[in-house]
Design a protein around this ligand. Structure first.
Ligand SMILES: [Zn+2]
Length: 616
């Protein structure tokens, strides 16, 4: 640019402030910027005045046929178009078409489980049968003869069947044994139509996870008479189903501060009757304002439950349950871990009351989160604390906060990985050491800036979604301190709870709530290539020179050893790199002779360790 253009550029900049100044600070994709310019999102991080999102109500009947593993369902969906657009079609997700032959998959599935996918038996729109629909790429697109205008709703009904996979280790769901399942991604669900991308168009290939609107569910699940079902939401008919002794135990658990063994080994030993009906029976579960619905069932699982105090200010509690195979030795402590985890998440980090009335950790064969449900494998002889906390903490991200994991997986996995350390260690009362070793990958060609849309990532997915953001948040936490960090978190949650934040909504909100433009921190950690590397540069007579030879601002922590046998610790947060300086000097007691300096903070993700120690 030549000098004579400068006045023009200056005039243009003045015209376009403040929006342009904000928006130029952190790179934003051109298509995403349109939402900010239209006012559905705002440059201060709040939902814009024109923010909108769609939602639905689901009324579903589903029956499980155990011998054939067939799922027979009928869903009545009322879909509300709260967008300003007239919709000419409705797109449903048929995640179970992952098993359909010729579907694209991120990894191999057992050949015996590949089948015809979801058998759509009937589709009705506005109470009239339709036969024009397009089932492809794990979607069911239903063109609307009469379009759906803004502000109106449409009734859809789908009858379907599909066969659950038999092989162990299938993603998200499991037929754990012949009478124990965890059912996930199991019903036709309306895809998200949003202000950023219109209809979500990423086929489900088994890798990228949730992106769903917030909807109400009323689900009736029919299973054989001796089978218990645990599900998202509140069980509506325990009185009609449980025999008096077990109904009493269930009710006791709702208020109990200690674990109640609702279905105990002794009960199975004496063949106790849990249920009034020994034939087929139907569980009714309801949930409001949740982004998904999952359930698990078994005829031989133990059930522990107790209440957790999730909002000390109001006294609100949630029921924490563990449903597990008696052979899973780690699971005998899971209910207690879950209850403590809910209380710790509610009051410490993220420090926001657990938003749901239930949480059941179900002994499946994955580590996978659903609203109010986890499908967690037994990891005995390891401690179940981190796995339990990790999957439960997803309640906040992506569920309560409505994260689009197909684009922004780091916006939920990064937080869950941060809670792996902060919340798990608090629940366990010791350091479990769940750092994700970002330094092993940092700066390699596996290390992509986290703002790279997740759907564009393959082998770099985990580093971008878990490892690097975990390191960033740990450094951020040390820098802001608990009070300020928590204030930003609460503000972010208050603004975006039940909505769909995208990355800038997060960055701008934290800038706003922290009272400081943190872009100097966000840019290197989330937007740019690079890696963290601190080094002990040299020892001067008046201080230790610590050099930042990498690109990321990070905590400086370590120890100085003197010739007289004494030591001195030092700690500076990432704030010291704010001005872009390449080194800092850490003073030490005058008159002493330094013999050794070592950088040593366990949370620091220093990539090159050889330059962390200086010895005379
Ligand atoms: Zn996770």
């Amino acid at each position: 640019m030549s000098r004579k253009n400068l006045p023009f550029v200056f005039a243009l900049a003045c015209l376009l402030t403040p929006a342009l100044l904000h928006s130029q600070d952190l790179y934003m994709f051109r298509n995403i910027r349109k939402a900010y310019d239209k006012g559905t999102r705002a440059y201060d991080g709040r939902p814009g005045p024109g923010y909108w999102q769609n939602h639905a109500t689901y009324s579903i009947d589903v029956e499980i046929d155990l011998p054939t593993r067939e799922v027979r369902g009928s869903a009545a969906i009322r879909y509300f178009n709260d967008s300003p657009d007239t919709l000419k079609m409705v797109r449903l997700k048929l995640a179970h078409d992952l098993w359909r032959k010729n579907s694209q998959r991120a990894y191999e599935l057992a050949a015996r489980d590949i089948n015809e996918g979801v058998n759509v038996r009937a589709v009705r729109v506005r109470n009239a049968a339709v036969d024009k629909f397009n089932q492809a790429n794990t979607f069911l697109d239903i063109p609307l003869e009469q379009a759906l205008p803004p502000g109106q709703s449409i009734d859809l009904e789908i009858d379907w069947t599909h066969t659950a996979p038999a092989a162990p280790g299938t993603p998200r769901e499991c037929v754990c044994d012949s009478t124990t399942w965890f059912a996930a991604y199991w019903y036709p669900q309306v895809a998200v139509y949003d202000d950023l991308h219109g209809w979500a168009d990423m086929p489900y290939n088994g890798m990228q996870e949730m992106y769903n609107d917030f909807s109400d569910y009323d689900v009736r699940i029919t299973v054989p008479g001796n089978v218990m079902v645990w599900a998202t939401g509140i069980w509506q008919n325990p009185e009609a189903m449980l025999t008096p002794e077990y109904l009493n135990r269930y009710k006791k658990a709702l208020a109990a501060k200690d674990v109640v063994k609702i279905f105990a080994p002794e009960d199975y030993a004496r063949r106790a009757a849990f249920f009034k009906n020994q034939e087929k029976h139907t569980f009714v579960y309801k949930a409001e304002g949740v982004p998904d619905f999952a359930f698990g069932f078994s005829d031989h699982y133990l059930w522990d439950a107790r209440s957790a105090l999730v909002n000390p200010a109001t006294g609100r509690t949630a029921l924490a349950s563990a449903a597990y195979n008696p052979d899973s030795k780690d699971y005998y402590e899971v209910c207690q871990v879950a209850a403590k985890g809910l209380e710790t998440m509610s009051t410490f980090l993220p420090g926001y009351p657990y938003p749901y009335p239930r949480m059941t950790v179900f002994n499946g064969d994955d580590g996978m989160e659903f609203p109010m449900m986890c499908n967690d494998v037994s990891i005995y002889p390891r401690s179940p604390v981190t796995l339990t906390v990790h999957e439960m903490s997803h309640t906040y991200f992506p569920f309560m906060m409505g994260i689009n994991e197909q684009y922004y997986a780091w916006m939920d996995e990064g937080w869950a990985a941060f809670f792996d350390v902060m919340v798990s260690d608090t629940v366990a009362g010791e350091s479990l050491g769940r750092l994700r070793n970002y330094w092993d990958h940092a700066g390699t060609d596996m290390d992509m800036p986290p703002v790279t849309p997740s759907r564009q990532l393959t082998t770099g997915y985990r580093v971008a979604s878990y490892n690097r953001p975990q390191a960033a948040y740990l450094n951020l936490y040390q820098m802001l301190g608990y009070e300020r960090f928590h204030r930003c978190m609460v503000e972010y949650m208050n603004r975006w709870k039940g909505k769909h934040p995208q990355p800038h909504d997060f960055f701008y909100t934290w800038n706003d709530a922290s009272g400081e433009n943190l872009n100097w921190f966000w840019k290197p950690w989330f937007f740019e290539w690079g890696f963290p590397d601190l080094a002990v540069g040299r020892v001067d007579t008046d201080g230790i020179v610590i050099e930042n030879r990498g690109t990321m601002p990070m905590t400086v922590s370590g120890i100085i050893e003197f010739s007289d046998g004494t030591t001195e610790r030092f700690l500076r947060t990432a704030e010291v790199w704010k001005s872009g300086n390449l080194s800092i000097t850490i003073p030490f007691a005058t008159g002493k002779t330094v013999i050794k300096v070592a950088l040593d903070d366990p949370h620091v993700s220093d990539t090159i360790r050889e330059n962390n120690v200086w010895e005379r």
